[in-house]
Design a protein around this ligand. Structure first.
Ligand code: SF4
Ligand code: SF4
Ligand code: SF4
Ligand code: FES
Length: 943
């Protein structure tokens, strides 16, 4: 195996359709208009020396290494900044050019440490390569003059070091931060000889605006910005292309390795979801995979109060199967079930639901998607006919108006957030509908045209009010609606939204959003060109989550914003494979491909293929499993890669359900909170230890490739096979590719997917079948999947969760960039330096009323429970609204959340909880007890 190297063409690809023919070094080449001479040369295999140019960003033209001669033109223009022109004749190699390049290089080297042999970048340094390429052998000026060799290193960032003495001031880092990441954390300060790169106002990296995405490190052609792991371990020797296991963006990475050790994760330029960019989690926060707290031996115990006993895999699997069989013999087939993981691969998820349906003999399978995007499945299924986002990420490049509802892309989906910001800097307009002033509302060179700071729980009212304006002001795309949608349903819906009770003025009193903002936003979306809607859990995790999804779909259909590039309705999926886990049949009522279990034809097909009888009745959802456990009829659970104690609402109810079960089997990397209630612990495998596929928020199926052997001996899919065998339902697969072949055979939208196809194309977006052999980047182009688009009436029904004298504030929750969900992975990395604890955001007015000062401990209480955490006072939240993250088990924000849920899908109402906030002295008693118990569990595991 060797290192995967993508070609650097020096400047970005031109998208022009007009072609230009020119001659370079006597060879004719035809390229799109706007291509640089440097890129044209590279495309025919001629590399022109360069230092400041790279194809991830626009040309800068500062280093003067890439000069060329053009027949009939004076001077020696820089090939990176000079576009091709018809008929020109370019020379890239002449003695004059060689002399100039050598002279330029001499100047660079005379102010550069000559420690190549001991430098961390030795062998991976463009300065070193270029010195060789121009044939520099000696430096005439000596090294005695003024130089920068004694400058200090900045080691404040936990993941990379900034060694200013090696900087050649090429500005690639500054431009990467601006153009690729969109953070603008770096500048070149000083002039001439004094010029140097500086984070913020001459601050240390860690103290600056830097979000540690690493784009500057990747762009740096010298060892000035270098990953600490490269300094520590040395240059990588081989690499494997794989997919990030954090969020639903699905960034492709090269895992660059030395032996079985990861040296660094480098975003893969050919990755179609991320185009060579990443965030701090995917690029740097992978150390959890080798963290010392990982459990590598199976463990069992008969009671959850007993200490764990390490056992062999054979014993653990045999114990699991015998317990499950015992429970079923005594309490019936339906007394056990399982939960699939949106962190695991498609193949693993498919196997777990197959094991439950075929091996357990019931449909008691559910997934964590229940608690995030199940309303997306329902809402988009009802209106468009399919349960997924309509666009690829590239589509945003053609959007004119971007609407972000209940999503925080710069924190939750950072790489897509960067692409969105780029399009906004190019001139697209922005509407943000969110109770908080999220970063995207105002960030360098981006400012929302409209921010609608609605009160949590009023999404349906606001989106219907937008529709009211569009219908009553005659802004409906009538031709589109007549051609593409069910006209009768449209008229019914239009009459509904036109009712004055849905006007912005009428709803203002309970949404809190001034009517003129709603009117302005509606006009902009309907008339501003291509309108694209991106939404997140701020839409779905409500008692009317499914209704809001349908209201959004209505809005897009009414304005003709579905079925081409630049438009669409796009759920920003939370976890890496939440799309895939839903696709793979993780819900109790659906077989893979969203086909109802009650459908005889489909069920019989699976029965025949799997050789087993399948129950026709849908099984239990997670909340129903827990209810049944408390009632005593559900006693065994297999949980793969989920931590429902932390991630599901109403923690007390979850733990009561788990504590009532007789055999809880948890499969995970770490002893998570759910494992406190487990009788069997099966070690999990990280994404680095297995083969498979993930499906991202664009429906893009991408390979996950094994870069090291499973640390506990088995990949997760192999463990499921062992359980299946022990449950007398053998599933003889030798490789995940065979599982994908079975999925393709049984699931029409995956019919054309295979590992060979993924090897060949890199990735593919489903549906991929005979009708769409190359996949489907944009859905519903000529017609909706369900035929005619269906408008749904979306009556606003206020949540039962109301504020009152006892609980006067509304709590809403979300994520922060550096941490991920329940924090099991990111808390075990240096990312915790940015976010050590969950804090409560509270408006200055509410803080003052309660005598709360910055950083004070406060008690947060709802009718479900209470917790304590520190407060931060900010006007990012409106008066009456408080906000926190849920990354730390010692806070457990879900102790606070209630058991209300979406009417259609049971997705919990995480985003609206009536609370009171009051000063407190520190953690509450249960938090201290919890900390003691968690420490004890870790100690037992360590022993
Ligand atoms: S790590 Fe990212 S955010 Fe920080 S300075 Fe570099 S490019 Fe900018
Ligand atoms: S830090 Fe690297 S990329 Fe930035 S200016 Fe210096 S050499 Fe160029
Ligand atoms: S944006 Fe998401 S997929 Fe990409 S690197 Fe970050 S966490 Fe991973
Ligand atoms: S690469 Fe063209 S001027 Fe630097």
């Amino acid at each position: 195996m060797s290192l995967v190297h993508e070609i650097d063409y020096g400047t970005p690809l031109s998208k022009s359709e007009k072609m230009v023919t020119l001659t370079i070094d006597g060879q004719e080449i035809t390229v799109p208009e706007g291509t640089s001479i440097m890129r044209a040369a590279m495309e025919m295999g001629t590399q022109i020396p360069k230092l400041c140019a790279t194809d991830m960003m626009d040309a800068w033209g500062s280093c003067r290494m890439c000069l060329v001669e053009i027949e009939g033109r004076n001077g020696t223009p820089a090939s990176c900044t000079t576009p091709v022109a018809p008929g020109i004749k370019v020379k890239t190699q002449t003695s004059r050019l060689a002399e100039i390049r050598k002279g330029v290089m001499e100047l660079y080297i005379s102010d550069h440490p000559l420690d190549c042999l001991t430098c961390a970048a030795n062998g991976d340094c463009e300065l070193q390569d270029m010195a060789g390429a121009v044939g520099l052998r000696e430096v005439r000026y000596g090294y005695e003059g003024d130089n920068h060799l004694g400058l200090d290193k900045d080691t404040s960032n936990p993941y990379f070091t900034f060694d200013t003495s090696k900087c050649i001031v090429c500005s690639r880092c500054v431009r990467a931060c601006e153009e690729v990441q969109g953070t603008f954390a770096l500048t070149i300060s000083g002039r001439g000889f004094e010029s140097r790169v500086s984070p913020g106002m001459d601050e240390a990296f860690f103290d600056s605006e830097c979000v540690s995405c690493g784009a500057c490190v990747q762009a740096c052609p010298t060892a000035t910005l270098t990953e600490n792991k490269v300094i520590e371990i040395g240059q990588p020797e081989h690499s494997v292309v794989t997919t990030c296991a954090y969020c639903g963006v699905g960034c492709a990475f090269k895992a660059e390795m030395r032996g079985e050790e990861v040296v660094r994760m480098v975003p893969y330029k050919d990755g179609k979801a991320n185009r060579g960019h990443s965030c701090v989690k995917g690029r740097f926060a992978w150390g959890y995979a080798t963290h010392k707290e990982r459990i590598l031996k199976p463990m069992i115990r008969s009671k959850i109060t007993d200490p764990w006993k390490e056992v062999s895999w054979e014993e653990a699997i045999a114990y699991t199967a015998s317990e499950f069989k015992r429970i079923q013999a005594k309490h019936g087939k339906a007394s056990i079930g399982g939960i699939t993981s949106s962190r695991c691969t498609n193949e693993e998820t498919y196997l777990v639901q197959k094991l439950i349906r075929g091996g357990f003999g019931n449909n008691n399978v559910d997934t964590c998607a229940r608690v995030c995007h199940s309303p997306t499945g329902y809402g988009l299924g009802q209106t468009f006919g399919t349960s997924a986002g309509t666009q690829d990420f590239d589509s945003v490049e053609d959007s004119d108006v971007i609407v972000v509802i209940g999503a925080n892309p710069t924190d939750g989906h950072p790489v897509f957030g960067s692409r969105m910001k780029k399009r906004l800097r190019e001139g697209a307009r922005l509407i943000v509908i969110d109770p908080r002033k999220t970063d995207i509302v105002r960030t360098p060179h981006v400012e929302a045209d409209y921010h609608l700071p609605l009160l949590p729980g009023t999404n349906v009212a606001i989106v219907t009010a937008l529709a009211h304006v569009i219908v009553t002001e005659g802004l409906v795309a009538e031709d589109y609606v007549r051609e593409r949608c069910d006209w009768d349903e449209f008229q019914n819906w239009a009459a509904f939204v036109a009712d004055p009770r849905h006007s912005p003025e009428a709803v203002e009193k309970y949404t809190g959003v001034p009517a003129e903002l709603v009117r302005g936003a509606a006009r902009l979306y309907a008339t501003g060109g291509n309108g694209a809607i991106y939404y997140g859990l701020g839409v779905t995790e409500h008692s009317q989550g499914s209704t809001t999804v349908m209201a959004i779909a209505n809005l897009a259909m009414a304005t003709g914003n579905i079925g081409r590039r630049g438009v669409g309705v796009n759920p920003l999926r939370g976890q890496n494979n939440v799309q895939g886990s839903c696709d793979m049949g993780s819900f109790p009522h659906e077989l893979p491909g969203y086909r109802h279990i009650a459908g005889d034809e489909v069920r019989h097909m699976f029965e025949e293929f799997w050789g087993v009888h399948l129950e026709k009745e849908p099984g239990l959802r997670i909340p129903n499993m827990l209810d049944a456990a408390v009632e005593g009829s559900f006693l065994g659970l297999y949980v793969q890669g989920e931590d429902i104690v932390q991630s599901d609402p109403d923690t007390k109810h979850v733990t009561a359900g788990l504590a009532a079960m007789e055999c809880v089997v948890v499969q995970d990397l770490f002893l998570n909170e759910t494992a406190n209630y487990a009788h069997v612990f099966l070690p999990g495998s990280s994404f680095l230890e297995k083969d498979g596929t993930f499906t991202n928020a664009e429906r893009r199926i991408q390979r996950v490739r094994k870069v090291m052997a499973p640390k506990a001996g088995y990949a997760d899919w192999e463990v499921t096979l062992l359980i299946a065998e022990a449950m007398d339902f053998p599933m003889p697969y030798e490789h995940p590719s065979q599982i994908m072949d079975e999925i393709a055979r049984l699931t029409p939208s995956f019919a054309g997917v295979s590992y060979e196809k993924l090897e060949q194309d890199g990735s593919v977006q489903w549906p991929c079948n005979d009708k769409a052999p190359e996949g489907t980047p944009i859905m519903h182009i000529d017609h909706f999947v369900r035929g005619k688009g269906r408008f749904m009436v979306t009556e606003y029904i206020p949540t039962d969760e109301r504020t009152g004298a006892r609980f006067p504030l509304l709590l809403t929750t979300g994520r922060i960039l550096s941490q991920y969900n329940v924090g099991a992975q990111t808390r075990r990395t240096e990312n915790s330096m940015w976010h050590e604890e969950d804090v409560l955001e509270i408006h200055p007015h509410d803080a003052e009323q309660r005598g709360i000062r910055e950083h004070d401990w406060v008690r947060l209480e709802s009718r479900s429970g209470s917790t304590s955490l520190r407060a931060t006072i900010t006007d990012r939240v409106a008066p009456g609204v408080v906000y926190t993250t849920f990354h730390h088990p010692s806070t457990q924000a879900n102790v606070i959340t209630t058991d209300f849920s979406d009417w259609a899908t049971n997705c919990p109402e995480y985003k609206v909880t009536a609370v009171q906030v009051m000063p407190s002295n520190g953690p509450s008693q249960w938090q201290e007890e919890y900390e003691a118990m968690a420490k004890n569990s870790r100690r037992i595991a360590a022993e």
